[in-house]
Design a protein around this ligand. Structure first.
Ligand code: ADP
Ligand code: ZN
Length: 237
């Protein structure tokens, strides 16, 4: 057997390491957690890690709070060390899917020294869908449950079904801010796509229907992973 192929097989049987890119409002969080469950790998969202540290008021939380609360990027050295630690945890031993990392080429380069990435999943969603989704998104002020005024309405207007607390709209979910966020996303992601283009498969998955159930998109992603042989050895369970 060809050496590269053998190496791939050996590696495949051990780990599946993925990155997911998608604009805000693409449903990235939902797909990521479902894919992680199907593939039995860890889902790692650096934004969630930071928010959690801030909530628990840890040293790291205090350190990153100024950037996170203003929506600016946390400096690379901090993010890289957080990620490195997380990847080494036992829960990542079968692999991981990264959501929100890398955000800079520097971070991508650091990741290359820690793990071999099998593929990038790139969600493509038209701008009108994103604006529609985000501008109608409402969040529970207490438990964080997410609603949509059109597609996932709370039973009582402005009130959380789960805990009865008031819903609010994120400041950055207002239409004028959404367009700016999309521009930032494009600006950030483009160099990363260029970085990965010649190295690993970039699986583009389109989502052109606003009310498509998440399973459809997850199935599309799984199909592409199978087709590129990325999850071959994980399949029969
Ligand atoms: P969003 O709310 O835009 O989806 P995330 O939840 O991924 O963003 O991240 C929230 C915040 O955490 C970011 O605005 C940034 O301050 C910080 N952050 C998360 N991931 C990274 C990263 N890879 N590099 C730098 N900063 C990050
Ligand atoms: Zn609630």
């Amino acid at each position: 057997m060809d050496k590269i192929l053998r190496e791939r097989r050996e590696r495949k049987s051990l780990k599946t390491n993925l990155i997911i890119f998608g604009p805000p409002g693409a449903g990235k969080g939902t797909y990521t957690s479902r894919l992680a469950a199907i593939l039995k790998i860890a889902s790692i969202a650096t934004g969630d890690i930071f928010r959690n540290e801030i909530k628990r008021n840890t040293i790291l939380g205090k350190k990153v709070a100024p950037w996170v609360s203003s929506g600016e990027l946390v400096p690379d050295d901090i993010v890289v060390s957080v990620l490195e630690k997380r990847i080494k945890e036992p829960s990542s031993k079968k692999g991981f899917i990264l959501d929100g990392y890398p955000r800079t080429v520097q971070q991508a380069k650091a990741l290359d020294t820690m793990a071999r990435i099998d593929a990038v999943i790139r969600l493509i969603v038209p701008e009108w869908i994103i604006i529609e989704r985000l501008s109608n998104r409402r969040i529970c002020s207490k438990c964080g449950a997410i609603y949509n005024l059109r597609h996932l309405k709370p039973r009582i207007e402005g009130v959380c079904d789960k805990c009865g607390c008031p819903l609010y709209q994120r400041e950055d979910d207002k239409p004028e801010v959404i367009k700016e966020r999309l521009k930032v996303y494009e600006r950030q992601t483009q160099p990363l796509i260029e970085y990965y283009r010649r190295k690993i498969p970039i699986l583009e998955v389109e989502n052109k229907q606003i009310d498509a159930p998440p399973e459809i998109t997850v199935e599309k992603i799984m199909g592409k992973l199978r087709k590129t042989n990325i999850i071959k050895s994980i399949e029969p369970q």
